[in-house]
Design a protein around this ligand. Structure first.
Ligand code: FES
Length: 245
């Protein structure tokens, strides 16, 4: 009996070592007397090497956390934005920049006008556009960025097709400017600094627009709209909405 048990154990160990185990975890053998003996044992978990499951292993190693996923998504969006934002200046842009460079005493003197050229063509000035401009007019990115962020009519973030600049200066506020701005927000369902979901309007109030005698005032699409009233605002927004490209 002892011999049979040892024999059975030896066979089982050999099968475990070779990995050649029955799928149901059963093993059977015949003893020297011809008696059929069946043994049941638990299949040990096989340890897989990294090469066997390279993809799963890589994913496990990366162990993406929610914040890492967000960062990855943002990086993809930025990449996409960079691709969409053409990799070179257009002939139209370079032509206008050349004109500015010829007439300026030194390249940095063209900064604000050069930024306007870019914004006119692209709607706003992205980081990629800033780099292209910097390389072309030979003014550092930092210098251009400081100019762009100083002037509030140069947009460093994407804006809608029409940017509404109602004045929030004191003279306009005394002439119902607060109500006018509230009416714009209410009609478009956006707050200051926001863009409508259809990307049509962006609302950016600005301090005194220099037309206090015409208060309350708003600038939109390079037009000055004076003496605004609540009814004028509703009509004006309808007109601007109807002028979609
Ligand atoms: S305060 Fe609005 S134009 Fe001056």
């Amino acid at each position: 009996m002892t011999q049979n048990y040892e024999q059975l154990l030896r066979i089982s160990i050999q099968e475990v070592m070779s990995g050649d185990l029955p799928s149901n975890g059963d093993a059977s053998t015949d003893d020297q007397a011809g008696n059929h003996t069946q043994a049941t044992f638990t299949t040990p978990e096989k340890t897989h090497t990294q090469d066997e499951f390279p993809v799963r292993s890589t994913l496990a190693e990366s162990a993406l956390t929610p914040s890492a996923e967000i960062a990855e998504t943002l990086a993809k969006v930025e990449d996409r934005q960079a691709v969409d934002d053409s990799s070179q200046l257009s002939p139209c842009e370079t032509k206008q920049l050349d004109k500015l460079l010829v007439s300026a005493p030194y390249p940095a003197a063209t900064s604000i006008d050069a930024l306007k050229v870019i914004q006119k063509q692209r709607g706003w000035v992205s980081d990629a556009s800033l780099s292209l401009l910097s390389a072309y007019i030979q003014v550092s990115v930092a210098e251009l960025d400081s100019v762009a962020t100083f002037y509030n009519l140069i947009f460093r973030q994407a804006v809608g097709e029409v940017v509404l600049h109602p004045c929030d200066g004191i003279s306009c506020d005394l002439m119902d400017g607060v109500e006018v701005r509230a009416a714009i927000s209410q009609k478009l369902h956006i707050k200051p600094g926001e863009t409508t979901p259809d990307n049509r309007f962006t609302l950016i109030p600005l301090p005194c627009l220099g037309a206090c005698d015409k208060a309350p005032v708003m600038i939109a699409s390079e037009q000055v709209y004076p003496h605004l009233t609540l009814s004028k605002i509703a009509q004006l927004l309808d007109e601007l909405e109807g002028n979609k490209k």
